[in-house]
Design a protein around this ligand. Structure first.
Ligand code: ZN
Length: 392
């Protein structure tokens, strides 16, 4: 159940790095057992959650959460044992599923009909979720146009809770060299003798502003983990493979090899803004990060959240309660008068001297085959994005 984390930069959330993957004869027995259990096809988001649970990214959770935990999280941002937690990790069931699996002691999870069993979930409880309370509690809105609320309503109205025994991780055919579990990530940090590591969450290509923020953070810690989210995102976000090519060209020429790493974060996006910022930080703590970058509108979408809500929410926890240290950053830009990257915190000059482009403007330029100014985006990155738009 646990793995050695004594050489760790920081203790996992709750103190124990969970590992739900069974091995050896336990695994053989689980495969045999799963063959006779009702099968449950999980959706893409739940598949990501299963992987996150299995590898310990969601430590101390050992399975999908029950109604009491669910309510505790929504009402208090804490688990019933008092640990901070902001987004319930659930396994949804439709009415038909409930009829089919009701009364069984365990179910086997599969990625698709007829697929191999990935995990067994012991059925502790099946409960009806309060979708309205969950929408408000997690996303701060019940607007069905919000992608997280939309996903919540698309999922079954019931939840199955119980401990997980993972037989194998969901199959991936991409970024294999970048997929590291929290235990592997911790080992990599130890190997490099990093005592402090800053994690950077992203679901976008990295432009100069983000590179600047990462490097500002790296000035005060030993290592940087660029940890792009590669689970499900909105259809209009830049595809994962294109983003990865952008990260690779940057790392090839602009990041110190002994101080920075890229690895894949297998989570799916919720777009829950502040609640997701905390959830992202806790997961990165499990991966061994001591610090976590929180920029403007972290995990936001549309105008559902205030620009700095995702930073302010960290103040709602007692000092030390989260363990990981948030590093809060302002919007940054290249300033022609400063002749360097800067932010409103460091640059005294007027707007007209700052190279600031809206997301819409940048997309428009890229789509037209035009590189944004190199003070905004490195040409290597711009070229990849232009090429991707041309072929899409
Ligand atoms: Zn300036």
């Amino acid at each position: 159940m646990t793995t050695d984390a004594t050489n760790a930069t920081i203790a996992p959330h709750g103190g124990t790095l969970v590992n739900l993957l069974v091995s050896g004869s336990d695994r053989d027995r689980a495969i045999e057992e799963a063959a006779n259990l009702p099968k449950l096809v999980v959706n893409e988001r739940e598949l990501s959650d299963l992987e996150m649970l299995a590898v310990g990214a969601l430590s101390p959770l050992t399975g999908f959460q029950g109604e009491k935990e669910h309510r505790s999280i929504l009402e208090s941002m804490h688990l019933t044992n008092g640990l901070p937690w902001t987004i319930p990790v659930t396994l949804s069931l439709t009415d038909d599923d409930v009829k089919r699996v009701g009364g069984t002691e365990a179910v086997a999870l599969v990625a698709e009909q007829g697929g191999r069993a990935l995990a067994i979930v012991e059925v502790d409880e099946i409960y009806k979720r309060d979708r309205h309370a969950e929408a408000i509690g997690v996303f701060g809105t019940d607007d069905p146009a919000h992608p997280g609320v939309e996903a919540l309503h698309a999922a079954g109205e019931y939840c199955l809770a119980g401990d997980v025994r993972a037989i194998e991780l969901p199959a991936h055919d991409d970024f294999l060299g970048y997929r590291r579990t929290p235990a592997e990530m911790r080992a990599a940090f130890a190997e490099r003798d990093w005592k402090t590591v800053v994690g950077f969450q992203t679901r976008n290509p990295i432009h100069r502003a983000h590179e600047y923020i990462q490097k500002c953070a790296l000035e005060i810690v030993d290592g940087l983990l660029v940890h792009p989210l590669m689970g499900a995102t909105k259809g209009d976000d830049v595809p994962a493979d294109v983003r990865m090519r952008c990260y690779e060209v940057l790392f090839a020429d602009y990041y110190p090899k002994d101080r920075a790493m890229i690895s894949v974060f297998p989570a799916a996006m919720r777009y829950a803004g502040p609640k997701e910022a905390i959830w992202h930080a806790i997961a990165r703590k499990n991966y061994g990060c001591t610090h976590f970058i929180v920029g403007r509108d972290h995990a936001g979408v549309g105008d559902y959240y205030g620009t700095y809500d995702a930073q302010k929410i960290f103040d709602e926890f007692e000092p030390g309660e989260l363990g990981i240290t948030p590093l809060r950053f302002e919007h940054s830009f290249y300033c022609l008068r400063c002749e360097g990257m800067a932010s409103p915190k460091t640059c005294p000059h007027a707007e007209e001297h700052r190279v600031i482009l809206s997301g819409t403007k940048v997309r428009q330029m890229l789509r037209g085959g035009e590189r944004p100014p190199q003070e905004f985006s490195r040409p290597e990155v711009a070229d990849i994005l232009i090429e991707a738009m041309r072929s899409s």
